[in-house]
Design a protein around this ligand. Structure first.
Ligand SMILES: Nc1ncnc2c1ncn2[C@@H]1O[C@H](COP(=O)(O)OP(=O)(O)OP(=O)(O)O)[C@@H](O)[C@H]1O
Ligand SMILES: [Mg+2]
Length: 298
């Protein structure tokens, strides 16, 4: 399989290049989102691709959009990406692109957490809260929360880190009613997805959704959903309270980066990323593929 580090379509205007995707305008009201094989960690894009990752992410997102379509409208148009590019560009988009409605993105990320991990676990140890939400005492790393919690974040500019915010702050940014709607929809999406994933042996510890508004102001699910890029996936049979579970997501790459040395010093988590050994790229790809196989059966 040939890796695609970056798409370059000449037939459509480039709207933006994210850490993972290129977005191209298709007329005034649609976007062609092409998922490359790039991978980022600590908000830094690695220099090497993970072959097959873009197609795998796209497959998983399409699977979830289909499964969760009854909860909230999503940005899919149903049109084929191949239909809007030049013949010589089909290979760059096949299997890795989505042709979507161009929405007005809400400037917050809708994070839902069902288990204690990552920055949530750090904050809980300091203050007994996660993003300001008080939690009962006695929880450990990887503990299941009494119920899933909505912990919004601001969307950072390229190169910056997202910042956790309180629900009150989210309500100031997008309005109280809209914030409540986003919270309720995100919690329902997470709850349904987590219940399904558990039947496939996967715990979704946490995940991030993005929403936008369509031309009628209707809340619409956009971006990618419930992939290893936007979620923590743990093998259900190896989750033990107090232990860092093995994972089907970026955690393996993050762990490798944490111990990587650059000129005899720990890598400072700023670009440029240290070169990924082939074995690390391959092992990361295998974890993503395992998650996709377990969840979607492909
Ligand atoms: N339907 C949509 N309408 C408008 N924008 C969208 C839509 N779906 C996703 N997006 C935006 O497209 C971009 C996807 O690119 P990618 O996932 O590479 O970005 P990122 O690295 O996560 O974030 P950034 O673009 O801020 O660097 C995101 O900025 C996302 O908010
Ligand atoms: Mg993204």
């Amino acid at each position: 399989m040939d890796a695609l580090y970056q798409s370059n379509l000449h037939s459509l205007p480039l709207v933006g290049r994210g850490k993972v995707r290129e977005n191209y305008a298709v007329g005034a009201d649609r976007l062609l989102m092409v998922a490359s094989d790039r991978i980022s960690a600590f908000d830094v894009v690695m220099g090497e691709p993970i072959p097959g990752k873009g197609a795998l992410l796209t497959r998983m997102a399409l699977f979830w959009f289909d499964k969760l379509g009854h909860v909230v409208p999503n940005h899919l148009t149903g049109d084929a990406p191949e239909s809007v590019v030049a013949p010589d560009e089909v290979a760059q988009v096949r299997g890795r692109a989505m042709l979507v409605k161009r929405l007005r993105p809400l400037p917050i990320e809708a994070v839902v957490r069902g288990y204690l991990a990552g920055s949530g676990w750090k904050e809980y140890q300091d203050s007994g809260t996660v993003c300001g939400v008080p939690l009962p005492p006695g929880l450990q790393l990887a503990s299941k929360l009494p119920q899933p919690i909505f912990t919004p974040a601001t969307k950072a500019e390229m190169g910056e880190h997202d910042e956790n915010i309180s629900f009150e702050r989210a309500a100031e940014i997008i309005g109280a009613e809209r914030a409540a709607e986003v919270r309720d929809v995100a919690l329902r999406l997470y709850t349904e997805a987590a219940a399904y994933a558990l039947t496939k042996g996967i715990v979704i510890a946490d995940t991030k959704f993005e929403f936008g508004l369509d031309e009628h102001g209707t809340l619409t699910l956009m971006d990618e959903v419930l992939t290893p890029d936007s979620s923590r996936f743990w093998p259900a049979d190896s989750v033990r309270e107090g232990e860092n579970p093995p994972s089907f997501d970026k955690q393996y790459l993050r762990d490798w980066l944490e111990q990587a040395q650059v000129d005899g010093r720990p890598w400072p988590k700023r670009a440029p990323a240290p070169p990924l050994p082939d074995a690390v790229a391959a092992a990361t790809g295998e974890r993503y593929a395992t998650a996709a196989k377990l969840l979607t059966g492909t």
